[in-house]
Design a binder for this molecule. Structure first.
Ligand SMILES: [Zn+2]
Length: 328
């Protein structure tokens, strides 16, 4: 039995939705040989900086200005008032809908461009996020394994939600979390996992460290993973590394970096608002989840990771897996 794994980005609505359209006035150029002159005159006398993403010309038509509350028959007198040589135009003013803001991804560009030609420079990384092609082959398998470990952690502690925090630099599970005691309302699996990361960095509020360093490797700190589950996980996932890099405070500064700087978080359930904010405060790099939650803050109820006003943003992905019967 193998798996078909899809990792879908949870993106800001500005990247997912169509670009809003606005109406502009357009007219035909009398003589096509005058197109450059018309464009120069329009740019000088009727600049439209808010529409800089649009070309001024489409075949023999030129974009004049946004229609706003202006009547068609007023357009020529406005042009004349601005000193534009109106004899260069056919006086067949009409309205066209164009993109109100620059397209951000190719899919938006194709739609905008079909309405009126526009400029677009694709951001390769953003395109991969938008087309859900950022992760391929082995990376997808690795994501699926970390998700399985998160599920295993949850089952082991009889909790429906397990969490695994990974340092991608050393491709190692740094800490795990599970909904330890549901009656303690803030000890959600992610909060526990973050606290367990703190234990690998000389911190942690909720319980004492129990593993210290790996007896076989003094460069690995295992404090983020309770010993009972660590033994099971090492046995079942023998290809996976466990433990954090040993934390060394710089220049005697016990604070060090933020807790989850550069770390990836794998959680079975979409985090709630509290947990999503805790991951922002601790500077997580990427968050992967399998199951959307009604009160989820990373796609369902809201998208906290896309709030521009916050001072840190992580990327969010939904992991969808489907078992494929290899004999079929
Ligand atoms: Zn939570």
């Amino acid at each position: 039995m193998s798996k078909n794994i899809k990792v879908k980005s949870v993106l800001d609505s500005s990247l997912v939705e169509d670009i809003p359209l606005i109406e502009v006035f357009v007219d035909f150029v009398t003589d096509p040989r005058n197109i450059s002159k018309v464009v120069l005159e329009l740019n000088a006398r009727c600049p439209t900086p808010e529409l800089n993403h649009l070309k001024r010309v489409k075949a023999r038509q030129v974009l004049l200005f946004p229609s706003a509350d202006i009547k068609d028959e007023e357009v020529f007198s406005i042009l004349k008032d601005k000193g534009f040589p109106v004899d260069l135009l056919k006086n067949e003013v009409h309205r066209v809908k164009v993109a109100a803001s620059p397209p951000l991804v190719r899919q938006q560009y194709v739609k905008c461009h079909s309405a009126w030609p526009c400029n677009f420079h694709a951001d390769k990384y953003l395109e991969k996020l938008h087309t859900n092609t950022l992760f391929q082959g082995e990376e997808l398998k690795q994501i699926s394994i970390f998700m399985d470990i998160a599920e295993e952690v949850g089952h082991y502690f009889c909790s429906s939600s397990g969490v695994v925090i990974v340092d991608p630099k050393i491709n190692s599970v740094v800490a795990v979390g599970f909904n330890e005691r549901p009656e303690l309302t803030i000890r959600h699996s992610i909060m526990v996992a973050i606290d367990n990361v703190a234990k690998t960095q000389m911190g942690g509020a909720w319980s004492t460290a129990d593993n210290s360093c790996d007896p076989k490797n003094e460069n690995v700190n295992l404090n983020g993973i309770p010993e009972n589950i660590l033994v099971k996980l090492k046995e079942k996932y023998c290809s996976v590394n466990f433990g954090a890099s040993v934390f060394t405070p710089k220049n005697g500064d016990p604070e060090g970096p933020y807790l989850c700087t550069g770390y990836d978080v794998f959680t079975i359930h979409e985090p709630c608002v509290m947990c999503a904010m805790a991951l922002i405060h601790s500077r997580a790099k990427r968050v992967f989840y399998r199951m959307p939650s009604v009160n989820g803050a990373l796609g369902s109820l809201c998208k906290i990771h896309t709030v521009k006003e916050l001072n840190h943003h992580y990327e969010v992905f939904i992991v969808e897996e489907e078992n494929i019967n290899s004999s079929s």
